[in-house]
Design a protein around this ligand. Sequence first.
Ligand code: SF4
Length: 345
Amino acid sequence: MIDMERKKMCGLSAGEMHDFIKNEGFSHEHALALANAIYKKGAGNFFSIPKIPKKLMGFLSSCAVTGVYSPVTSEKSSDGTKKYLFTNQDGLHFESVFIPDGKRNTVCVSTQSGCRMGCPFCVTGKYGFHGNLDAGDIVNQVIGISEADTITHVVFMGMGEPMDNIENVIKACGILSAEWGKALSQANITISTVGITPGVKKFLEKSGCNLTLSLFSPFPDERRMVVPAETKYPANSIIDIMKSYPLGKKRRLSVAYVMINGVNDTDRHLGGLKELLGRTGIRVNLLPYHRIGNDINRSSPVERMMYFKHNLVTSGISASIRKSRGADISAACGLLASGFKHEAL
Ligand code: SF4
């Protein structure tokens, strides 16, 4: 539990840390040493930071906390995926997932406790909305876990809709990619959204990280039934915005397409996808579907997913099939918060 009276350093930029200490006579270099220790080493207290003077340690200990905290519990999947449960100083519960894959170690982070988008297939949606996470809480899901030193990629695909908490998401992306921060490449940080127009515009203007739009169907009427945000923020208009931003050398814009057997995996859907995404430079990630509760739906078979991939690629649209990870501990897409108390289940 973090002392609410004290200033929390995790979540601040190096410049903001300098603003906090400069009146005591400390320099920008001191702030850089502080930021490096917190974001790269996960320093839990000021006395463990080697490059700052004792006087600064004393000052910070009297009125600040590092803001780095450990998860409350963790659960490991048979495939090595590990799910962490955190509780922040406001008592909000949220989860992150560590996904090892050869040399690539990814953390999937949450941006909110619960979610207010109400997508009916999503367990997090059923948990309801409990509050936004600040930039420190988001970054802490990467630096506060035991695998922090090994992380190569971060995906914002956990609990919550990132564009519904856009300022904190942009700030967290900045900290994770800054030299004085976690120093990950922006090309290795991906934000996943159902598409909230103002948030998407702001994100593409202010961040160089990757963006993935959850599509479900290329047809608005079908998408609206699964992604209620479609009514206010149609996928067509989000894709137009994505198309209008020139791709940086490293930035990737993509669409996530969860495939459900006999529901959105027909040739008609394939044709719709080609029409919507042809010549846009937007890639397609094909994902298996995870059932929840008494759901009668099933994931599309691998052969059907391969068929979609092949046809998209031969039409000039980059496509890949993503593996399913961590389903046995409810850490897969759409399953976070399944261990929480649900008002709606
Ligand atoms: S799918 Fe994403 S946006 Fe929809 S309810 Fe779940 S967490 Fe929220």
